[in-house]
Design a protein around this ligand. Sequence first.
Ligand SMILES: [Zn+2]
Length: 106
Amino acid sequence: MTRDRPCHRCGTDNVLAVLRRPGSWTNASGNRVPVVQEIHLCARCDADDPLAGPVVGHLDADGARQPGNAAQLAGDLLRWIDHARPARPDENALKAEVDAWYRGEL
Ligand SMILES: [Zn+2]
């Protein structure tokens, strides 16, 4: 369990694990900057996800492994790791907040 950081999607402390992946980001000068991307495995947000959900099912509320098939857990973990991508911001929601801020509504 990673209660020291809330889920970046729902804001709760239901994060069971954090996947850290090397990545890069292009800054305003056009230079690639190395970054570490974090992907949260959240009991609340990911339970119904076809890739993350099976991993959630193997863990208890503290992120410890439930008794069961370790080989199945390993396979589900590898499938999630291979396909997990950082969440992208909702550009429409961001634009709406910026517009609201300029109108003085925030
Ligand atoms: Zn969440």
